[in-house]
Ligand binder design. Structure first.
Ligand code: PDD
Length: 287
């Protein structure tokens, strides 16, 4: 079955789907995006993803190209046309097409692109064995709260991780604190047994999975603190893990040369991973 992409009002064969060469997303990375997981034919936490998309557009002063209701119709249609039960939906919105010039164009309409793809279930060994993380300097701009398509530092960081045989790179700011991974949020269980993740500010993306994990932790009575931690603290933490819509919850067993805990996925991490997998799979798990 051939894949279908949505481009500015049209459902097109994926291999022929294209935007204009003067789309400002292509010229300037002047756009924003969302990645939403699909499980058992349902979107996971779609409402907060769409709220975050609206916020990103607002921050860049891009007028939403379509209503929330219309967007939901296209999203559902993308799942139907691509026959996705388990996979991901990608939504990108840019400031649209205009002659290349830095100021906002007076009259461009925002562009909308959507792709959807089937994803095989996550390799359970990742959850069972955990993953390796390296540390890199955080060289990004000062508005990492906006989910911008401008991802060069992130892809360079991810590539550095892959070259080093690691799964992810944790970015370290100028004060020595871990901000986040290149496409995931960062977590530890500290020496007091408290779950810690950096607070929501302009240095990190407010992850939808992060928010869900905090809700699950609260429900389970797990003590947590939204605070920064240094690389050194992370390396001597009891547990560490990463979260995102695509990686879900994955234990971290090494950071650079440091082994985390006993080198095996930690108890809190495994518990939260199980709760998150259950949440994703649960009917009505959108709450
Ligand atoms: N990335 N931090 C960054 C820098 C991210 O790019 C992402 C998501 C996250 C986690 O956010 P969420 O839990 O809402 O997925 C944190 C997506 C998956 C991507 O770029 O593919």
């Amino acid at each position: 079955m051939s894949r279908v992409a949505y481009v500015n009002g049209l459902y097109l064969p994926h291999r022929r789907a294209a935007v204009h060469v003067e789309d400002r997303g292509y010229q300037f990375a002047d756009g924003v995006y969302e990645v939403i997981a699909v499980k058992n034919g349902r979107f996971v936490d779609d409402t907060p993803h769409l709220e975050r998309l609206d916020r990103s557009l607002r921050e860049l002063e891009i007028a939403p190209p379509m209503s929330r209701a219309a967007l939901r119709v296209v999203m559902a249609e993308m799942l139907r046309r691509n026959r996705i039960r388990d996979g991901i939906l990608y939504i990108q919105m840019t400031r649209g097409v205009a002659a290349r010039d830095h100021p906002f164009p007076a009259d461009s309409d925002a562009s909308v692109v959507m792709t959807a793809r089937l994803e095989p279930p996550q390799d359970p060994r990742l959850g069972e064995n955990g993953v390796d993380v390296i540390s890199i300097p955080d060289i990004r701009w000062k508005r990492c709260d906006i989910k911008s398509v401008s991802l060069l530092p992130n892809i360079l960081g991810k590539q550095a991780a892959h070259r080093a045989g690691a799964f992810e790179a944790w970015q370290i700011n100028e004060e020595g604190f871990v901000t986040e991974g290149t496409s995931t949020n960062a977590w530890i269980v500290d020496a007091e047994g408290r779950l810690c993740t950096p607070p929501i500010d302009e240095q990190i993306l407010s992850g939808i999975t992060r928010r869900r994990i905090l809700k699950l932790a609260k429900r389970e009575g797990i003590d947590f603190s939204e605070r920064y931690f240094t690389l050194k603290e992370a390396q001597s933490a009891r547990e560490a893990f990463i979260t995102s819509s695509t990686t879900l919850v994955l234990p971290v067993t090494t950071i650079d040369d440091a082994v985390i805990g006993n080198g095996k996925p930690g108890t809190f991490t495994c518990k939260l991973r199980e709760h998150y997998l259950a949440f994703m799979a649960a009917p009505g798990g959108q709450g």
